[in-house]
Ligand binder design. Structure first.
Ligand code: ADP
Ligand code: MG
Length: 392
């Protein structure tokens, strides 16, 4: 379904939910992590892309103080009032994202006596590692800021979205998701310095696509595995600081500093640190390769990134490794790597346009043969970030 078809569907849905037309519409995309695995919380670099799958938000200002929420995603129609922004729970929890956006705008100085009606539609799968939550925050942020006549920059949108996630909902996410959703542009990757939050755009070859393969694996212990990796990175930084007291972030350490660590440093701690330091360099090298239009080299860097996750950071799993192996042997694939937290989840591939249904089927069949699971796939273009849309 095209973007304008979803837009049309949403305006109809808004009308049926609220019995009136919406005042305005906005759209914000999901994202993939292109390269830079577990570099974000180590003060490093990461590159992502906004994809051509989005959440669409329609809003209308009300004369009274009611805040009403509707989404095609859910039969629930939660409501609040301006003087009660308490969080929803259970089946209504999805509305905490738009509620949190509004609460954050109020925190930042919005004054109003008017509530709103809000409706959502989407062609972005939720909970599939494509950051539908950030798309929701960024899209609703843009819609509500415009509805209330606030000047809002892309950097503001990113900051507000992160505040919803980190402060309102208490989920400690990095800057990648909202930065891609807010700053993304067609055929441009979003390069983020997680220390300064500075964002740059890096050209993505127009003849390439990003294919996303969902392994269907979700590790039961994933939260404790992530927190173990966080602890190991923190321990590496603590030890490195004993030799270099002004070292602020693990990603800034030279790899040679690892040789000077005490001899009883756990091998795993050194491996995690080596991954972070090398991966950070790899993000820089990938930026150079892309700027030079060197697609083959970019592809090799993706494979190297996966190897590093597999052997040093040890956040891969057999299914993800199989996928990368299959993809490396498939025509029209330049490179592939696990994308996101790891221990399951997704693999992305940089492909040429010629990668089509035959190649997709070939990868699915080989994966099913190896692991007995059907593979979900999504072919994406690198697309524009959040924008207001004309109402029809
Ligand atoms: P991800 O961000 O990786 O997609 P999250 O668990 O962070 O996964 O966010 C998914 C949640 O975002 C859903 O459970 C739901 O609460 C909300 N969400 C996503 N898409 C929609 C939608 N179209 N309408 C309402 N809520 C949505
Ligand atoms: Mg999310």
């Amino acid at each position: 379904m095209t973007s304008s078809q979803i837009q049309h569907r949403l305006t109809e849905y808004f009308r049926s939910a609220y019995g009136t037309d919406c005042d305005l519409l906005a759209r914000a995309p999901g994202r993939v992590e292109f390269i830079g695995n577990h570099t974000d919380y180590n003060g490093g670099l990461v590159m992502g892309a906004a994809i051509d799958r989005s959440i669409f938000a329609a809003v209308r200002k009300r004369d009274d103080a009611a805040l009403r929420f509707a989404s095609e995603f859910s039969p629930e129609r939660p409501e609040r009032r301006l003087d009660d922004l308490s969080k929803f729970d259970g089946e209504q929890s999805w509305a905490n994202y738009p509620l949190g956006v509004f609460a954050t705008l109020l925190n930042e100085g919005l004054r109003t006596e008017n509530g709103f009606d809000l409706a959502l539609a989407s062609d972005l799968p939720a909970g599939a590692g494509l950051s539908s939550s950030a798309a929701l925050e960024t899209g609703v942020g843009l819609a509500l800021a415009s509805l209330y006549g606030l000047e809002i920059s892309k950097a503001d949108l990113v900051r507000i979205g992160r505040a919803v996630e980190n402060d309102f909902l208490g989920v400690p996410t990095g800057p990648l998701d909202q930065s891609c959703s807010g700053f993304g542009e067609r055929n441009q990757l979003v390069f983020i310095d997680c220390r300064t939050l500075n964002v740059e755009l890096v050209p993505f070859p127009a003849e390439c696509r990003i294919h996303i393969f969902n392994s269907g694996i979700s590790h039961a212990l994933v939260d404790s595995l992530y927190s173990k990796r966080h602890d190991e990175c923190r321990e590496a930084l603590r030890l490195l600081r004993q030799n270099q007291s002004d070292l602020e972030h693990l990603a800034d350490a030279p790899e040679s500093a690892l040789d000077a660590l005490p001899s009883d440093t756990p091998a795993d701690v050194i491996k995690r640190a080596r991954h972070v330091i090398r991966e950070n360099q790899r993000v820089l090298t990938t930026r150079t390769a892309l700027t030079e239009g060197d697609i083959e080299r970019t592809g090799r860097l993706l494979i190297e990134s996966h190897e590093s996750s597999r052997t040093l950071f040890e956040n891969s799993c057999p299914e993800l490794d199989t996928l990368v192996e299959i993809l490396a042997e498939t025509p029209h694939v330049h490179g592939a790597r696990l994308s996101g937290g790891g221990f399951g989840g997704t693999v992305i591939a940089l492909t040429s346009e010629a990668f089509g249904a035959d190649e997709t089927r070939r990868v699915q069949d080989a994966y099913e043969k190896a692991h007995g699971r059907r593979l979900e796939t999504l072919a994406c273009n690198v697309a524009d970030g959040a924008e207001l849309l004309p109402t029809d």
